[in-house]
Unconditional design. Structure first.
Length: 418
């Protein structure tokens, strides 16, 4: 099991190329199960989560190749069961449920695993599929779904903390092969959902309204193969933007999707960082003093919960009191205890982290608990005195492509050791 050793204090300056979006790639790869024909997906990041998804596709019977960021899938035959040993590794694997159901008329998918960041039920997925005419039972940790014919209808996917992204993906994919028209109200607005919709349209789906919260899908008899290029990863771009700010450096984020990063850019500017759009990306630079800030996560276009931990790491080095509330996953604060080991002054009050900034953190052995928490600990280590050791970095490999190499390229003193 690998560890990162980070020797803090290095000044970061240079260019980081932002990879394709993990959260776009995973449902797009699942959507290739909807057709017997060959699909080619470009700019797929080389991540452990991606390779888990490719394992699932192969298990289900698809021919899969992955080279130099391009995945080719040909699913001439599709099995209908995705077992626990594969699905337990990541939550996004549940998005094969809708495509298998639409293609085979039945599906049996293990309840998903992934990061431990609080309760993330899939009841909205199941409610949406039931509305399309699916009989669903839960048995021994599996979702068993069966239908004689998916039928279009009007349904809502709003939950207690807003719309569901993967639920919208699942229902939209199933609805593409349903009879009649499906109207999804309270659909997720995230750009990754819109990216999936564009891929499905390239396959022959009839979808309108992505990005508006109301999706209209007119079912077709079959879909065909297609070629698609995945959008850039806004969370990776945001993480490297915080890296520039936390060490008071300057980084050009090449291929950063600025049109999808409004709330992140606003938060950086609120903290006193400079963010400027250039022809080939975003330039982020910061100097002392930065300013304390207040953030509250929300569904897109609100501030993303996937950036909450990284901004906690930034806030601990900003003079004054900052407050960060997570309204999406109220229990997603496992990184706080590790930041405290590095000297951070943080008081967790329910779902609000109250952070009193200090001049500099102190390097310490810390342990990653989930994907974004591990990124926050790496960011903290960049600023800290002495050496920070981050254990269980397999979490960060789930969502960041070669983060250590990219940081070294802009001046960070970080090494990976077994």
């Amino acid at each position: 099991m690998d560890k990162f050793f980070i020797h803090g204090g290095a000044h970061l300056r240079g260019t980081v190329s932002i990879s394709g979006s993990k959260n776009s790639s995973l449902p797009i790869l699942a959507a290739t199960l909807l057709t017997r024909e060959r699909c080619v997906i470009h700019r797929v990041p080389d991540l452990s989560d991606i390779r888990y998804m490719l394992e699932i596709l192969r298990y289900l019977g698809a021919d899969v190749s992955f080279s130099a960021g391009t995945v080719t899938v040909e699913a001439r035959k599709v099995g209908w069961e995705a077992p626990y040993d594969l699905v337990r590794r990541m939550r996004a694997s549940v998005c094969v449920l809708g495509p298998i159901l639409a293609r085979c008329g039945r599906s049996k998918v293990s309840l998903p695993g992934g990061c431990v960041i609080g309760d993330r039920p899939i009841d909205l997925h199941l409610r949406g599929l039931e509305a399309l005419g699916t009989r669903i039972t839960l048995s021994k940790g599996y979702v068993v779904a069966e239908t004689s014919a998916l039928t279009g209808t009007r349904l809502s996917l709003r939950g207690p903390h807003g719309s569901t992204v993967l639920g919208t993906d699942n229902v939209m994919m199933a609805a593409c092969l349903a009879r009649g028209t499906t109207i999804i109200e309270d659909a997720a607005l995230e750009p990754e959902v819109a990216d999936l919709a564009r891929f499905l349209r390239a396959m022959g789906a009839r979808i309108h309204g992505e990005g508006t919260g109301c999706l209209e899908i007119e079912g077709v008899e079959e879909l065909h193969g297609a070629e698609h290029t995945v959008i850039s990863d806004r969370i990776e771009a945001g993480t490297f933007a915080v890296a520039a700010a936390i060490v008071r450096g300057e980084i050009l984020l090449e291929n950063a999707p600025s049109e999808h990063m409004g709330s992140i850019i606003e938060a950086l500017r609120q903290a006193g960082a400079s963010v400027e759009e250039e022809k080939n990306g975003l330039r982020v630079q910061a100097g002392d003093p930065l300013r304390p800030f207040r953030l509250r996560t929300g569904t897109y276009p609100g501030f993303p919960t996937d950036m909450q931990a990284q901004f906690c790491a930034l806030a601990v080095t900003v003079p004054g009191r900052s407050e960060i509330a997570d309204e999406v996953f109220p229990n997603r604060f496992m990184h706080i205890s590790e930041l405290k080991r590095m000297g951070a002054h943080i008081d967790l009050r329910g779902n609000v982290a109250v952070i009193d900034g200090i001049p500099r953190l102190s390097g310490a052995p810390v342990m990653a608990s989930d994907l974004r928490a591990s990124a926050a600990l790496v960011l903290a280590g960049l600023q800290a005195e002495n050496t920070t050791t981050v254990s269980r970095v397999y979490h960060i490999d789930r969502g960041y492509e070669r983060i250590d190499a990219k940081l070294r390229a802009v001046g960070a003193n970080i090494e990976r050791r077994p």
